[in-house]
Design a protein around this ligand. Sequence first.
Ligand SMILES: [Zn+2]
Ligand SMILES: [Zn+2]
Length: 123
Amino acid sequence: MKPKSQCPLCSEELELREVAPCMYCGGYPEELNHFHEGQHTYAELEIFPNYKLVLCDFCQVDFGSHDPEFYGFHRSKKIGYEYMKHTFKVVPLSIGQDKYCTSCQLRLKYLDFVAAIRKENGK
Ligand SMILES: [Zn+2]
Ligand SMILES: [Zn+2]
């Protein structure tokens, strides 16, 4: 299978990066340092029904500040930590690899999630 090398949102060429476990911010270089320094805890959560992501403690709380329209929802849709469900799955605490879009500043894991939820929302 040929690995995807284009961003599903903006079609930009993706680059391979070392990533921290957080699927939102794990591609930022400083997050690798934060990971090694043990600055964050990580958990798998069901963000929206049937959409699970591993997020760090910061991104879990910060999620409520995202624009619901970015995910294809109406802007009045309530999103955020209080609407998430913990899966209580054990998250492997290791540095991984993922593709990264320098223009969206997101990992492919997250870009795929955004593309899927937008599609489900008819966007
Ligand atoms: Zn992109
Ligand atoms: Zn994070």
